[in-house]
Every structure is written in structure tokens, then in C-alpha cells.
Design a binder for this molecule. Structure first.
Ligand code: BES
Ligand code: MN
Ligand code: ZN
Length: 506
């Protein structure tokens, strides 16, 4: 999808659909006034008639509005003209606009931004969020619908695809910050679409070797990206006993994938991202119950997020060094699978008693986190669909955020807030560590039923003492389980790209 921003006259804009904001109480802003005049007072008549309410969430569609060059007019409610909208309200307005656009057979649209006044944010914010919301809600994943079967041949499937959206300003030229926001949002959307596509792929297609191929493909697109893939033999030979113990249960070989982006100076310490890439999590010998197990194809969404971030970084040509690392394996109960009670030695030298083979994410991650120490990283952020307990704690709204560094934790909270992709701090206190005690090894891989997301993070913390680190538990945020939005969300690509934009001084 193409996005742009420009100064334009709503009365003469030639488009499939023009979107104009309208306040409650029948008050018309300058831009709405222009539309009202061009249409012979249509907005005032609709308000008087009671159809046009101007409340947040209303998106009234008018077809073939006389006097305009637009084939359709959407009147988007903005609430009271007396005060600016909160970011939450503004996001609601954008969602209803995006849903209205999605419901019509359009190839292009013009969305006037003049009257979307939002409290406490920069003017770039509404540009970025308008683009992100429209792109998010018009995303489709239909590559597995056959041409003749139910799906692509339905009316909705055949409908023209919205391909270009112009953000219009009736009152002035766009500022430089707003033009930059278009490019930033486009890069975030590009990355997020890749993340969602990879997440939505079925697990018989998207296995560790597939992820490795996709990384190599990305590496061929730009000279600035160097891709390395280590196979399962090398993983074991290097001493990654925990990682190998997960991969060994499956016929699909595990892979450790590294994508090194060099946009900064040779000596600049890199920002490192580590993604959990369990392409399917059966639980292993500690097998999961059958209901809803299909959702464990999303257990590679941390890895998919790393792909999305790298894709955005390449698109933005960010002047920093970034390394994306993926720990890819399939957690299966094969005849060579690890057993509860097995003890493995990690790359760090610490030993782990595997009490539950379903706590596999931390096993592939702990060795990978030790391995990335070789990059002498500026920061390391891992992203993982790590615990069901995180979903209990925070639901589907916030990522669980853990960090051994307050400045990094604060930067991630801020970046999430900025782009409506929020993370919330959780404790990494020493007192939780004893739940991981094992009588036989240095630690167990589970910490009991209490504070399950915290003890998983505490486990990882034992492997990240040498650098500045944060962990995002995205178990509740990486995908939607139910219609109408069922599927991968692409979170937290927006948060992480914003973090890099902030860190690189944009
Ligand atoms: N991938 C799961 C976590 C998960 C479960 C994410 C449900 C999203 C929805 C992870 O590998 C896992 O199985 N974790 C266990 C840990 C437990 C055995 C300590 C869990 O959360 O039940
Ligand atoms: Mn598991
Ligand atoms: Zn898992």
C-alpha cells in the first residue's frame, strides 16, 4: 500500500473516497465547512436530520455526493469540538475510518487530517497512526485460499484492493516532520506485514529451515545485511545443549539464524534482537492438551518480529548497526525427544534440569542469549511468546516487559506508548529466583505455578548478566484468537522500530 501526504482542496479531490472529520454538536471545522459548501449544505442537513452525530466511532458513508469529485464521502465523528481527543479516542476514530474503508470496493482514498486534534502528541503522531491503522485493518492473508474454493472467489475476495491512501491537509502544506512520519510509518507497516505473514503461515510450511531460507532471501535484497545460518549439528557442537535438547525431538532440524545489518560505523556496538522461533509447540513429551493447539503455530512470532524489525531497518536505512538473531526449532515428542528429568549443559556452562519439556522457549533462548554476547551488544532485546501466565497477568493489551536496566526499560515503555503498541514493566526481583532451584542441576527450567511469566524471565536473566538486556513476553499480544481479527498482529514491530528511531536520534 502506498501512502502520501499533501495539501489539497477537498472539494476538487478526485478519489474513490474522501474522509472528513466532523465534530459533535453540529459544529463544522474549516475543512468540513469547505465540503459543506461544495455539497450545497449537505453536512448541515444531515446534522439537522439527526443522521450525522459526530460522535467518536461514527463513520457515516455517503455515496456519490453531489458537488464533489469524490465517489464517496465518509463523515468521521470526532466528538466535541471543545477539546482535543486522547490518543485512545483518536485511535478509535482511526479504527472506524479504516473499517469503513475496508468495507468498500476502493482502490484509493483521501483522508483529511486537519481536524483530528490529539492531546499531548507531536503532529507526526496522527500521520503515523493514521497510516498504521489503515494498513493494519486492510491486511489480508489469503495465499492459501484456492482460486475456485470458498474464499478468494467470494465477493469480498474479489473486491478491488485499497492500494493508495493520501493524507490530505486542506489548510496548509505538510511539515517536514509529517513527511518523515509517512516514511517511518510505511517502513513499520512493511515490517509488520512480513511479521504477520510469517506468523500466519501454517506450521507444515513455516519450519526452521523455511525461516532460514527467508532470512537468506532478505540478505540477498541488500548488501548491508549479512545472513548466517547454523544448523543443528553446529548448535550442539558449539555446546548449546539446551537449544539442541528442544530441536532433537523433531525431524525438522533446528536452526540458529543471524542477520547482521551494518548501517552504522564499523565500531558501533549493535542493537541485538533475539526472537523465539518455535515453529510449532506441541509441548514435547509434556504434551499440551488438544484444544486450541493449532495456535501454537504462532510460537515463532518473536522470530517473525525480528524479521519485521530487520525489514523496517533496511527500508529506513537506519544509521545504526542491528543484529537480528532467531532461535528456530520445532518442539515435538519424537522418539529422540528430551524427557522430563533430563539434565542439559548450556553454552554458559550452567546446567538445567528439564522438569517440563513445554518450557522450551527459555531453553532455546538461554543458549542464544549467551551466544549473542559475542557481538559486544549495546543492548539485547529478546521477544518471545514465552508463557501462558503472561496472558493471565496482562491479557491481550500489553507485552510483559522485563529489564536489567531501568533506562532501557523506560525507553521501551515510551516507544510503545508513542506507537500504540504498549509494554508494561514486570518485576525481575532476586526473591523470585529461588523458585528455579533444582536439587540436581544449577537450575530447573520451570518455577512452579506462581508468577510463571516472572520466573521464566528470571531464568533468562541468568544468561544475560554481561550486557544491557530486556525481554518482551508477547504471548498475549502476538496474535488474535478470534474473528474478526483472527491471526498474527505484527506486534511488537512498531514498538521496536520506534525504539530504534528514538535511539538513533530521529
Ligand atoms: N509457547 C508457550 C507459551 C504460550 C502458551 C503462549 C499459550 C501463548 C499461549 C510456552 O512454550 C509454554 O508452553 N509455556 C508453558 C510454561 C510452563 C510449562 C512453565 C506455559 O505457559 O504453560
Ligand atoms: Mn511450550
Ligand atoms: Zn512455546
Amino acid at each position: 500500500m502506498q501512502f502520501s501526504i499533501k495539501h489539497l482542496d477537498p472539494a476538487t479531490a478526485r478519489t474513490d473516497c474522501l474522509v472528513v472529520g466532523v465534530h459533535a454538536d453540529g459544529k463544522l471545522s474549516a475543512a468540513a465547512e469547505q465540503v459543506d459548501r461544495a455539497t450545497g449544505g449537505l453536512l448541515r442537513k444531515l446534522a439537522k436530520q439527526g443522521d450525522l452525530k459526530g460522535t467518536v466511532k461514527q463513520a457515516l458513508v455517503i455515496h456519490q455526493p453531489a458537488g464533489l469529485k469524490a465517489a464517496r464521502l465518509v463523515l468521521a465523528g470526532l466528538g466535541s469540538a471543545e477539546r482535543a481527543l486522547s490518543t485512545t479516542e483518536a485511535n478509535r476514530v482511526l479504527v472506524s475510518v479504516a473499517n469503513a474503508l475496508k468495507g468498500m470496493p476502493l482502490t484509493d482514498a483521501v483522508v483529511l487530517l486537519d481536524d483530528l486534534a490529539v492531546d499531548g502528541v507531536s503532529e507526526a503522531w496522527r500521520v503515523r497512526e493514521a497510516i498504521k491503522t489503515i494498513d493494519e485493518l486492510t491486511y489480508r492473508f489469503d495465499q492459501f485460499k484456492s482460486k475456485t474454493g470458498k474464499g478468494k472467489s467470494t465477493k469480498a475476495g474479489k473486491a478491488p484492493q485499497l492500494a493508495a491512501v493520501t493524507l490530505g491537509l486542506a489548510g496548509r502544506q505538510p511539515h517536514a516532520a509529517e513527511k518523515r512520519a509517512v516514511a517511518e510509518a510505511e517502513a513499520i507497516c512493511l515490517g509488520r506485514r512480513l511479521t504477520r505473514d510469517l506468523g500466519n503461515l501454517p506450521p507444515n510450511v513455516c519450519h526452521p529451515s523455511y525461516l532460514a531460507q527467508r532470512a537468506q532471501q532478505l540478505g540477498r535484497e541488500t548488501k548491508k545485511l549479512k545472513v548466517t545460518v547454523l544448523d543443528e549439528k553446529q548448535i550442539r557442537a558449539m555446546g548449546m545443549g539446551a537449544f539442541a535438547s528442544v530441536a532433537q525431538g523433531s525431524d525438522q532440524p533446528g536452526k540458529l539464524i543471524a542477520m547482521e545489518y551494518k548501517g552504522g560505523k564499523a565500531g558501533d556496538k549493535p542493537y541485538v534482537f533475539v526472537g523465539k522461533g518455535i515453529t510449532f509447540d506441541t509441548g514435547g513429551i509434556s504434551i499440551k492438551p488438544g484444544a486450541g493447539m493449532d495456535e501454537m503455530k504462532y510460537d515463532m512470532c518473536g522470530a517473525a518480529t525480528v524479521f519485521g524489525v530487520m525489514r523496517a531497518v533496511v527500508a529506513l536505512k537506519l544509521p545504526v548497526n542491528v543484529v537480528g538473531v532467531i532461535a528456530a526449532a520445532e518442539n515435538m515428542p519424537g522418539s529422540n525427544a528430551s524427557r522430563p528429568g533430563d539434565i542439559v549443559t548450556t553454552l554458559s556452562g550452567q546446567t538445567v534440569e528439564i522438569l517440563n519439556t513445554d518450557a522450551e522457549g527459555r531453553l532455546v533462548l538461554c543458549d542464544t542469549l549467551t551466544w549473542v554476547g559475542k557481538y559486544k551488544p549495546k543492548t539485547v532485546i529478546d521477544i518471545a511468546t514465552l508463557t501462558g501466565a503472561c496472558v493471565v497477568a496482562l491479557g491481550n493489551q500489553a507485552h510483559g516487559l522485563y529489564s536489567n536496566n531501568n533506562a532501557l526499560g523506560d525507553a521501551l515503555v515510551k516507544a510503545g506508548q508513542e506507537g500504540n503498541d504498549r509494554a508494561w514493566p514486570m518485576p525481575l526481583w532476586e526473591e523470585y529466583q529461588e523458585q528455579l532451584d533444582s536439587p540436581f542441576a544449577d537450575m530447573a527450567n520451570i518455577g512452579g505455578p506462581r508468577a510463571g511469566s516472572v520466573t521464566a524471565a528470571c531464568f533468562l536473566a541468568r544468561f544475560t548478566r554481561d550486557y544491557t538486556w530486556a525481554h518482551l513476553d508477547i504471548a498475549g499480544t502476538a496474535w488474535h484468537s478470534h474473528a474478526p481479527y483472527k491471526g498474527a498482529t505484527g506486534r511488537p514491530v512498531s514498538l521496536l522500530v520506534q525504539y530504534l528511531l528514538d535511539a538513533s536520534g530521529h
